[in-house]
Design a binder for this molecule. Sequence first.
Ligand SMILES: [Zn+2]
Ligand SMILES: [Zn+2]
Length: 262
Amino acid sequence: MRLLADLHTHTIASGHAYSTLTENVCAAAAHGLELIAITDHGPTVPQGAHPWYFWNLSAAPSVLDGIRVLKGCEANLSADSENGIDLPDFVLQNLDLVAVGFHPTTGFDQQDRARNTEALLRAMGNPNVDMVTHPGNDHEFPLDLEAVVRAAVRHCVILELNDHSFAPTSARAGSAAREREFAAAARDAGAPVAIGSDAHYALHVGRFEAALAAAEELGFAQEDLVNRDAASVLAFLTGKRERPMLDAGGEWTWPSTGSGRS
Ligand SMILES: [Zn+2]
Ligand SMILES: [Zn+2]
């Protein structure tokens, strides 16, 4: 099985990643991918990107080096914001792919499974949210698996199988087994699943061998994964809400306004 899209990558804008957007896209091209999503950390993570960074992502190209570039985020759950996410809805609406995930120092912890689950279910009910990153990080942010999977089916939100969670050097080392449980439960329930690299350096873009091996062991077929290629990703996203569409000339058209952005 080979996957041609990576929906989870970080750049220097995340504050603790080490490549630029351009370097990530070039790495995706060199690795034979068709599509990459740039999903920098939301502002609650120390040195995470400012909302203006996400708001202005339309300044970056949507096609570069033959690669379709989705402008996205990996936002944080937030106990303090109006929408329960650390980026406002008017920013999320402007992005091609909105991921949310739990991270240290953002107001949630390992103590309260019910509180974590409630916050995540609320975010998943936000029509702007497309994906939950590394849901299996049970030792830091425990979640009610069945409730999250039900919400993923109901709201058509991707549950990510995160390759970085399988790395022994990962801050989430030890969560691989739970990642597998989430993926299997999601697949069995009919929830969308994608594998993400969570690259924090360009050479890791499109590298998800460990998660892919886990998916194959669990019996996933290529068509069970949203990120099998650019077409499958774009079909999923445009089916979920109005999205900018890439026309044959390589220009994005925004359905709600009819205006083109590059
Ligand atoms: Zn993350
Ligand atoms: Zn990440």
